[in-house]
Design a protein around this ligand. Sequence first.
Ligand SMILES: [Zn+2]
Length: 163
Amino acid sequence: MLTYENERSDIAIVFGTAALDHFARNRQLRPSSAEAGGQLFATFDDGVAHIDLATGPRPTDHRSRYVFRPDRRSEQLEIKTMFMRGLHYVGDWHTHPTQIPQPSIEDLRNIRAAVRQSVHELKGFLLVVVGNAPFPVGLSVTLDTGDDALRLQVAATSTASTL
Ligand SMILES: [Zn+2]
């Protein structure tokens, strides 16, 4: 379990084991590995967003070593299905073929556009980029509020990850 915070936001984001395992399984560890990605779903509890589920990639996504373009139609359907199960869409994740990941300019532009087009629970959307280094070093977590891209830092209360 890893908890992320930012001093300028009162929300805490907790990544559960299922989501972290899913990220780890999709790392681009081989030269032939394509980027992977998908959506993040959370439940809310007292100002804390628990990321219970990370989905994707799916066969209809466009994937190569440096590109991940999700099948947005299927994603919209997934958001509705998960909502009926009490899980809220809170953002996207994808991998980069690097040890320590950073969101690209295009990544930041995409999440900003998504935030501005949507109604959401989280005062913004999360952009998670997964690299090859063990977590939390290999994890980049940004909360885009529509005006600001806040880089979240791993909190001291996190349980050490063995991934
Ligand atoms: Zn990217």
